[in-house]
Design a protein around this ligand. Sequence first.
Ligand code: FPP
Length: 250
Amino acid sequence: MSDSASAELLGQIRLHGRIPRHVAIIMDGNGRWARERVMPRTYGHRAGMQSVRDVVEGAIEVGLETLSLFAFSKENWQRPKLEVSALMSLLEEYIQREADALDDNGVRVRVLGEIERLTPPAAAAVSRVTAQTAHNTRLDLNLFISYGARAELVRAARLIAEDVAAGRLDPGAVDEAEFAGRLYTAGMPDPDLLIRTSGELRISNFMLWQLAYTELYVSPVLWPDFRRAQFYEAILAFQNRDRRFGKVSV
Ligand code: FPP
């Protein structure tokens, strides 16, 4: 889609005015995109990195507070070794290339998941960009890496058990807020909108707690072809939804 078509969509989003605070994305379809071109899967991941750049810029334009991207699941460690190491290198490359631009644009980068499992160079890049952008306030960019929602929930339960065992927390005081405060997303708003690309109708162990009232949007477009215009279309679709949170419309 042309730049002017994107600008038109952005204009419509602003006119509508109900801007989501937090959008989460399951970026899917890199492998299929590469296969369609008779190329290795890593070619698709590299193209997907361009989509990440474009969508982050789009999120800033729209005025989101938080953008969450599911970049690498716990299950992804089971992919062939070469693909896993290519994904680690791409993460490192993305951070190296983008850190200054993200910082200049006021983006605070956070990485959520079992970061202790990352390769040392990827972990070092993550620490650098996290520290470099920690002071920014325009957009929170959450990269979910080596992340699984069930593991996140179990971790929160363990942290609560430890606090109770140590006498820091009364079991009767364990409520939703105490629990949410022990998730990786502590202090962040829940996503208003979840986008999944490539047409799959699954949550795939992503943000199971946080998505309780999130609007779902599935795009048939494969992630490397999902750019700013497609992102804006998803937000426009969200703006036309009727969110009731279990209540009735007024
Ligand atoms: C899903 O496609 C995508 C991934 C497992 C990796 C996502 C990574 C990127 C977009 C690039 C790097 C990102 C950052 C933030 C640096 P798939 O391989 O499951 O595709 P398929 O379902 O068609 O096989």
